[in-house]
Design a binder for this molecule. Structure first.
Ligand SMILES: [Zn+2]
Length: 207
């Protein structure tokens, strides 16, 4: 696993590859995991999100955190929860549409259809496993964050009409990402040494 690092983890935006692949299970809860969770909580609160998954700060491991604050007084409606290696089960009820956004897809919102009630089993930071059932907003956040661990984004769940509507924003995100991550040239694309240098080397060899 990478070295423990804090402070430099930031929100990762679409189309970073880490957002598009399945995350690996957490094998043990160590200092690296605790620091990662600290960073996730900081980034979630900085961006006023209700949840964040580890791939959204660049780490492909199966952890998400959830915290719901009430808009009026800032008191937690759902206290901070850490979900390590979560498993969803027992969806109940017909899927319902609800508008969702995503910290990794700024300026994109769309109605996403999900079952209203679901059960989650996970491990907390102390290594205790727990199982809970929820409906409404919390059930939706669990499902949204769990999707991130599978490499699934709201883009994959929105209607094709909504996807067309956000095409321009996606193109801008793509262009920003490409600008920040220029392709590394392959070895065969490395230009040959300048002719002058080649001559000097050959000359040196002959002597
Ligand atoms: Zn998201």
């Amino acid at each position: 696993m990478p070295e423990p690092s804090s402070t430099q983890r930031r929100i990762v935006l679409y189309p970073a590859p880490v957002l598009l692949r399945k995350a690996a299970p957490v094998e043990r809860i160590d200092e690296w995991v605790r620091r990662l969770v600290e960073d996730m909580i900081r980034v979630m609160r900085d961006h006023e999100g209700a949840g964040i998954a580890a791939p959204q700060v660049g780490e492909s491991v199966r952890i998400f955190v959830v915290e719901e604050r009430q808009a009026d007084d800032g008191e937690p409606a759902e206290p901070l929860g850490v979900y390590i290696n979560p498993v969803l089960s027992l969806p109940v009820g017909a899927v319902e549409p609800f508008e969702e956004g995503c910290l990794s897809l700024p300026d994109i919102r769309a109605e996403i259809r999900r079952p209203p009630t679901i059960t989650i089993s996970a491990t907390d930071l102390e290594g205790r496993t727990f199982t809970r059932t929820a409906d409404g907003f919390l059930a939706r956040v669990w499902q949204h964050e769990f999707d991130h661990l599978e490499g699934t984004l709201i883009l994959d769940r929105m209607t094709s009409i909504d996807r067309i509507a956000c095409r321009r924003t996606l193109k801008e995100l793509q262009a920003d990402w490409e600008e920040a991550n220029p392709p590394v040239p392959k070895p065969e694309e490395t230009p040959p040494p300048a002719k002058g240098i080649g001559r000097v080397l050959r000359g040196f060899k002959r002597r």
